[in-house]
Design a protein around this ligand. Sequence first.
Ligand code: SF4
Ligand code: SF4
Length: 180
Amino acid sequence: MAETTPAKEPIKASEIDPKFKYEIAKMHGGEKLLRCFQCGTCTSDCPVARYSDTYRPRQIIRMAQLGLRNRVLNSDTLWLCAACFTCTDRCPQDVEVASVIRVLRNLAAEKGCVPQVFKDQAASILESGYAYKIPELRIKKRESQCLPPLPKGNPESVRKTLKNVKFFQNTEKKGEPSGQ
Ligand code: SF4
Ligand code: SF4
């Protein structure tokens, strides 16, 4: 990942991209971004925020509204959202918070700002059909316990299904998940 600017660092005028919020608002799911009036309901009801010192959906929405493009897209916390949609259900302004976060993740992925763990998973999906590559040791252990072999993945079919997904296209081109 590119270096993350901590959310609490003072904002410099040069960081602000005034067009960013309009760019998001044009995308499916991002249309209501500008309605947010920062009540904090999304953060107070978010199950991830409850267990994290840094993950705050309200803050992500505010950074997007302010045009802090690089700060928000480079942020690792963007990837902590569990997409449970509680925030979207509870927002009094009808902001589709979870969808805005998805839009931001897609923009981050286009820039190659994806945590290594997801890059590794993408590479594994393309290679084996599974997000988690079963270690050889475990396969041998199953054999030693007379357990049946695990079902084989079908990476060819998976690649066919994912051929139009940009993140996977980048992954395949580079022989590794989308780089930075
Ligand atoms: S609940 Fe809605 S209005 Fe309140 S801070 Fe979150 S996004 Fe903004
Ligand atoms: S969708 Fe993401 S931001 Fe919203 S409540 Fe669930 S984990 Fe939190």
